[in-house]
Design a protein around this ligand. Sequence first.
Ligand SMILES: Nc1ncnc2c1ncn2[C@@H]1O[C@H](COP(=O)(O)OP(=O)(O)O)[C@@H](O)[C@H]1O
Ligand SMILES: [Mg+2]
Length: 364
Amino acid sequence: MSSRSAVQLSAQGISQYYGRFAALDNVDLDVRQGEFLTLLGPSGSGKTTLLMILAGFLSPTSGKLMEQGVDIIKRSAEKRNYGMVFQGYALFPHMSVADNVAYPLRIRKVAGEERLRRVKHILEVVGLGAHMHKKPSELSGGQQQRVAIARALVFEPELLLLDEPLSALDKNLREQLQTELQRIHRQVGTSFVFVTHDQGEALALSSRIAIFNHGKLTQVDTPENIYNRPDSRFVAEFLGKMNLFPLADLTRSGATASGRCGSSVLHALAPNPLSAAQPTVLAVRPEHMELHNECPTRDGYNVMAAQLTDKVYQGSSIHLALKVGGDASPVNLSVPGNHPGALMPSGAPVWLSWPVQQSFLLQA
Ligand SMILES: Nc1ncnc2c1ncn2[C@@H]1O[C@H](COP(=O)(O)OP(=O)(O)O)[C@@H](O)[C@H]1O
Ligand SMILES: [Mg+2]
């Protein structure tokens, strides 16, 4: 989905207070036409609260919800025409799959023949065409969740809101359903707003990811941009592993900043002027770092002496922890099992190198 798609729904200045506690604090977030937008954050960060506000089940303390120039914040959930899928399947146990899926159409007084046509179509889309006449109890957890998705899509909602729909499933099933969900999204073209606390799931599925922490929206961007250029330490560390090097005596020349970490001078991309106010750390993802026996000479690379401290066998790879100079925390790194570094004894002196192009600055 193009990042320039039109805005479908715009949450503006949304706050939700419980007493003096801000479950959501002045959140601005657009949902774009046809996108797969994921709300990602630790437990308690306000994701469900925002989803409930989008759905119309919760009226926020303050803020607007603009749809085509109209503030719909006071519009009831029924009048918003959005589909909703929860973690628990919430299917009617006594009804067949077909009747469960037909339910929203009955409420909307869609006539029998048209109703059946739409139910059959959406059950095909979710891959349950052959299970129409079964009861929910005759289906697996993953199949039940697909019924719930079909039921939420059958009335062709303008938006599908999903709150941790895969969290109750075991790992294999969850991965299967992730692929299914992506396909369903492509096929129906409806905008999805999807809540999860699972970073991998967010990276795998989303057009864009909105990251929440303590009720605040901290960053929203494509998975690639969020992963490669997190703009805060929280996002960097929440979304995968990151090695951090505190830098002293920071200077900037062109688009590169340089600073001292122990006895090494390290360089990082610095597209913007340095802010004098706060100390800064150099950040690099472990997969960009290389391990050497001897000091490498490489243009455009940072090079640093290190000492191997720990090795953890992980099957296809070996996790290494290394001590470096300065005030830096231990560096974490994975190498293939047949890498020479994997055979070195703990305490061995080694060298690390990584491209300046993959090094960027974060506030400490
Ligand atoms: N009705 C409520 N009364 C008081 N606190 C609430 C209520 N609903 C949610 N909260 C609090 O708001 C915060 C955000 O909750 P929630 O949106 O459910 O988080 P998430 O979905 O990200 O795990 C949590 O600290 C939660 O305890
Ligand atoms: Mg939640």
